[in-house]
Ligand binder design. Structure first.
Ligand code: G3P
Ligand code: MG
Length: 245
């Protein structure tokens, strides 16, 4: 199998459920709980700046409204992305990829950048993120792992930055899942933990892929999957799933 420099425990959206997702505060919470790798969602806002955000609209995680793709960075930078979570995080801003990269590199943390394009923006989102990730992590000992549910995005990212490792995100693997990942040149496959079975881990490994599972919040399930050979788990339960030291 391909060499794999990433740890088994990955903090989902930065700090899991303990902090507002996809913020710098979340990365700090991940770090303080011993996590040395974070997953986060990245997309383009209206002027092409790369920001961290899961949804295509602003309502759920900020005090803004409307489509992310319709708002320039200047407007998004003024939003509150922490108040929805708890009073401790009021005033927390939406970060750009560049500031998150600086924090992670300075603190020796690794990351998985999930390319999460707004509808219809797969091409420009993947190209911009791959290019910027390559520049931001130039010279880093371990590159960021790129992933996406969008095969189009993975294909474009691979063309723009072929040296950055990529992972195919799947919910339930359909017929031909290993072939699709192989055609895309992916190094890993990230499965919904509900559909992660010992058989799929074995066949994935035999085909040369690393297997990761999202989102694993039950400590017993985490132990079961890691025991079955899963190479990594994404979790929201940073306070209940301890990082092996
Ligand atoms: O990358 C793993 C996981 O984050 C995928 O689902 O919706 O939480 O981005 P979602
Ligand atoms: Mg994600």
């Amino acid at each position: 199998m391909n060499p794999w420099p990433y740890p088994t425990h990955i903090a989902h959206r930065g700090g899991g459920s303990l902090a507002p997702e996809n913020t710098l505060a979340a990365m700090r919470v991940g770090f303080s709980h011993g996590y040395r790798m974070v997953e986060f969602d990245a997309k383009l806002c209206g002027d092409g700046s790369i920001i961290l955000m899961h949804d295509a609209t602003l309502e759920r995680t900020t005090d803004g409204t409307g489509r992310v793709a319709a708002r320039p960075w200047g407007e998004i930078a003024r939003l509150d992305a922490g108040a929805w979570h708890s009073s401790a995080f009021v005033g927390e801003p939406v970060p750009r990829l560049a500031s998150v990269a600086r924090y992670l590199i300075a603190n020796g943390m690794l990351c998985n950048i999930e390319i999460k394009p707004c509808p219809g923006r797969e091409r420009e989102t993947a190209a911009a993120i791959a290019l910027e990730a390559q520049e931001l992590w130039a010279g880093a000992a371990v590159p960021p792992l790129l992933s996406s549910f969008s095969e189009r995005a993975l294909e474009i990212a691979g063309r723009v930055a072929p040296e950055l490792p990529r992972g195919l995100l799947l919910d339930e693997p359909a017929e031909g899942w290993l072939l699709r990942a192989a055609r895309l040149g992916c190094k890993s496959i990230h499965l919904n933990q509900r559909h992660a079975t010992p058989e799929r881990i074995t066949t994935g490994h035999q085909a040369g892929f690393r297997l990761l599972a999202y989102t694993v919040n039950d400590p017993a399930r985490a132990a079961e999957l890691l025991g079955a050979g899963m190479d990594g788990i994404f979790t929201d339960a940073l306070d209940r799933i301890a990082v092996a030291r």
